[in-house]
Write a protein that binds this ligand. Sequence first.
Ligand SMILES: [Zn+2]
Length: 283
Amino acid sequence: MEFINSKKLLLDAKKNGYAIPAFNFYNMETLQSIIKGCEFLKSPVILAISPSTIEYCGKDYILGLANSAMKKSTIPMVFHLDHHEGIDDLKESIDLGFKSIMIDGSKLNLEKNIAVVKEITDYAHLKGVTVEAELGRVVMTNDLEKLEGEEFFTNVKESIKFVSETNIDSLAISIGTAHGLYIKEPKLNFQRLKEIKSNVDLPLVLHGASGINEKDIRKSISLGINKINIATELKVPFTNAIKNYLFKNPNCIDLRKYVPYGKEAICNVVKEKIILCNSYNRI
Ligand SMILES: [Zn+2]
């Protein structure tokens, strides 16, 4: 079964003003729980795979899981390589069949970021693969505290140059969100989002959306965000549900008995996020 790229999904979301939820999965159980929630609400989904998850599972196992999921699935699902930095590694993954990637050159200066993104985008497009790239930098939540002003925010003028010179398919922007657990509620720069949106005609991506309040997520979508990335908000309830069960049942040693509580917790969050993204009943 062939993987699909994210073009059709993101363009439909852009045209109709909603967002595709992108959930990180980490193993078979988390993947199954995400898909269950998406199938229940008939939502397309992007299944994000970070480099650390590849390191944890192995690329071959991820491919096996993805293939099994696609054979049974009733919804469009895109397996997406999130936050990858190595060009050779990405080329290898593209050759293995992945159709949706993110090249993260956000730690580089503008010219270098453009150069690496352009190189992989040229390669990817020849093979029908869609590319997301990040301009500005979505930092870790710990670092958000240290930020002064808008040091890591996406610059509007640079975004115009970046998009036209790289030919990417979607743009991840930095407007005040961060990766991980927020220590205090972040303040998003909606004015910046509006300015980027009026200058860049691409689906825009919000990283670090776990922990952003519903009102701000809805506002971001109404202003042009078409992909919402959720990772931390799945990890936490999964772990807590299992912790709670084991606390009450300290003698349980069968993971097939306690892991389903984590799966159910993930599935519930997935449904909430689909409603928030307004991506339900799109199939
Ligand atoms: Zn991210």
